[in-house]
Design a protein around this ligand. Sequence first.
Ligand code: FES
Ligand code: FES
Length: 172
Amino acid sequence: MHVVPKITDPEEAVNPPHRVQCVINGQPHDVSVIPRRTLLQLLRDDLHLTGTKEGCGIGTCGACTVLVDGRAVLSCMLLAVQADGRTVETIEGAARDLDPLLDAFLHHDGFQCGFCTPGQVMTLRALFRRDPHASAEEIQRAVEGNICRCGAYLRIRTAALAARDARAQSER
Ligand code: FES
Ligand code: FES
């Protein structure tokens, strides 16, 4: 489906939309995007993938983390046009794949309000894909850019370790 957003801003009239073709959570998308629109805005506002959260909007909290070509990125810091020709994964994709991280976060109370959870999960998803046997220190380092205002850090780390161990168990 080719989604063409409504032009409501006079600046948008002089910066016409660009076509972006990408795969999001396994589904091909073909959208027209104003050049200054972020990937986060495309995902949440245009495609209604609202699992990805906007915290700071300036690249400091990690709430908006998604995967682009398998790498964890801050979608508030990436222009939507930069997703052209790439694969994007959001928390909705992790849920579709029944990522064991989701189960582990639930079982180990890896959240309080849950606002930071999609970003935490996507950061860890990228880490475990790269290194399924990541150490506790590597896990700690991977999520250090993901701020949890509820301070659930200990339980987030416990959930991450449990997901890693469950994955290792299922490989045996
Ligand atoms: S919303 Fe993107 S880093 Fe905070
Ligand atoms: S669970 Fe509330 S911000 Fe992390």
